[in-house]
Design a binder for this molecule. Structure first.
Ligand SMILES: NC(=O)c1ccc[n+]([C@@H]2O[C@H](COP(=O)([O-])OP(=O)(O)OC[C@H]3O[C@@H](n4cnc5c(N)ncnc54)[C@H](O)[C@@H]3O)[C@@H](O)[C@H]2O)c1
Length: 318
């Protein structure tokens, strides 16, 4: 599997993935529209190093418009990460999420069909489990009750992927990521947002009583999981799989804050606010399937991942 198209390549996960794949001598075509959800400056800085690599071709473009990359050499695999992410803003503007998540995914599927590209890996999300009461979350759990537009766009894409697999024999893996963190994390996500507030000497906003929990998964573990999925889809045919990539260790919000205090060596100020619409109570991945099919084995402890995040964050602000 030599030539790969990555959508959303300038984002948090995409920029780590392209770096890792280029180090394995892959040829990567990356596309991103620098969606204004967060700063273009951060995304450009994510790509700064890889843009120097001769095996990387970057295209600035919006895949929610028709995808026409016919002039490019044959692509063997698409890793479709581009999306509008974030639960809360999706409630404010569902139409944008439908356009950039559902319409854009359909464009990618049509592109794959027309170009005879047989393999796709899709970035799905733990959000599709909603307030699932069966813990930990298993891939075979019923996921018919999404509680935000973001979640229903991701679930819609998983379903659309199945139809294209069925109709056109496209091999597809839906990877359900669980709260990914680490250097370059999106600024809207809890850990990044908290560090920003702490370094500004402002209180961090806590929605609810601190008893919500997230299965924080370190970026390197996610990249290992995606690479194992690349290997799996490359070596198998007739593939349609949906696989959790999480850490299998949910952390309470109040415990996350204690860990952050240890890493920054100071108590943090809190501002307590009510729970927000669309937020799920907890996420908790069952990773049995990922272990079995992919040999996935996340090993980064929260304190280690937070320390690495802190080093990156301080490097940016210094
Ligand atoms: N980070 C997480 O914790 C997490 C968890 C679950 C799922 N996911 C999914 O993983 C993927 C990557 O997430 P991320 O955290 O790196 O987000 P990100 O916002 O950092 O990256 C997404 C990238 O997609 C680009 N993009 C958006 N719409 C586009 C369009 N129409 N055309 C071209 N590019 C477009 C954005 O500019 C951005 O650079 C997303 O699909 C997200 O929904 C992420």
């Amino acid at each position: 599997m030599k030539r790969i198209l990555i959508t959303g390549v300038a984002g948090f996960i995409g920029s780590h993935l392209v770096e890792s794949l280029l180090s394995q001598e892959k040829e990567i075509i990356g596309i991103d529209n620098f969606d204004p959800f967060y700063s273009k400056e951060q995304k450009e800085s994510n790509l700064k190093q890889v843009l120097k690599n001769k095996n990387f071709c970057f295209l600035e473009g919006d895949i929610s418009q028709k995808v026409t990359l016919e002039s490019l050499p044959k692509i063997e695999l698409i890793i479709h990460l581009a999306a509008k992410a974030g639960v809360r803003p999706s409630i404010e503007n569902p139409t944008d999420y439908i356009q950039h998540n559902i319409q854009a995914t359909n464009n990618i599927l049509e592109f794959a069909k027309n170009q005879n590209i047989q393999k796709i890996i899709f970035a799905s999300s733990s959000s599709i489990y909603g307030n699932n009461t069966s813990i930990p979350f298993r891939e075979e759990d019923l996921v018919n009750e999404p509680i935000s537009p973001y979640a229903f766009t991701k679930r819609s894409c998983e379903l659309m992927n199945y139809a294209y697999h069925h109709l056109y024999d496209i091999d597809i893996i839906n990877l359900r990521f669980f709260t990914v963190y680490g250097p370059r994390q999106r600024p809207d996500l809890a850990i990044h947002k908290f560090f920003q507030k702490i370094y500004n000497n402002e209180p961090i906003e806590i929605f609810g009583d601190g008893s919500t929990a997230r299965d924080y998964t370190y970026i390197d573990d996610i990249i290992n999981g995606i690479e194992a999925a690349i290997n799996y889809i490359h070596t198998h045919s007739k593939v349609f799989e949906t696989i959790n990539l999480g850490n299998n260790t949910p952390v309470l919000l109040k415990d996350l804050i204690k860990q952050i205090e240890k890493v920054v060596f100071k108590p943090v100020m809190l501002k307590n606010l009510p729970m927000q619409a669309g937020d799920v109570n907890q996420t908790y991945a069952d990773i049995t399937k990922a272990k079995k099919l992919l040999g996935y084995n996340p090993h980064t402890k929260l304190e280690v991942g937070l320390e690495k995040f802190k080093n990156w964050f301080e490097g940016r602000i210094s």
